[in-house]
Design a protein around this ligand. Structure first.
Ligand code: RB5
Length: 147
């Protein structure tokens, strides 16, 4: 699996921690920045990661800012993206099982590090369940081309 990861300054430290976790698990991860805690604009990183997933260059994306809110708003503007802002393991699992989320958004200022890592672990383990959930996801995706 190929994963794209990005953050603004508010999510920089957590991005580095998650990146190390993914590398340790032999997951192919591309870091789209930011590369320091210098102030930056979260839409720039959300856009790059989301577009890379949309274009099929990466299977999944992870975006981190202070709250995860700005990243999720921006990522969900990119066609084909189902970005889920998660604050618990259960939300991460359900975002995969029911929503087939392809981008995970996290807030470094909201989550304790161990909780964030647990969320990431759950998000990569849970599988989309299809069935009635597929019908609902298809309705969301259809809206993008025929609002
Ligand atoms: C940056 O200060 C902060 O606004 C950003 O990281 C994020 O929380 C936005 O949603």
């Amino acid at each position: 699996m190929k994963v794209a990861i990005g953050s603004d300054h508010g999510g920089y430290h957590l991005k580095e921690t998650i990146k190390a976790m993914l590398v340790e698990r032999n997951i192919d991860v591309t870091d789209f920045g930011t590369h320091s805690t210098e102030s930056t604009d979260y839409p720039d990183y959300a856009r790059q990661v989301a577009e890379s997933v949309r274009d099929g260059n990466h299977d999944r994306g992870i975006l981190i800012c202070g709250t995860g809110i700005g990243m999720s708003i921006m990522a969900n503007k990119v066609r084909g993206i189902r970005a889920a802002l998660c604050t618990s393991r259960q939300m991460a699992e359900l975002s995969r099982q029911h929503n087939n989320a392809n981008v995970l958004c996290l807030g470094e200022r909201i989550l304790e590090k161990h909780v964030a890592l647990d969320i990431v672990e759950a998000w990569f383990t849970a599988e989309f369940e299809g069935g009635r959930h597929e019908r609902r996801v298809n309705k969301m995706m259809a809206y993008e081309t025929n609002p």
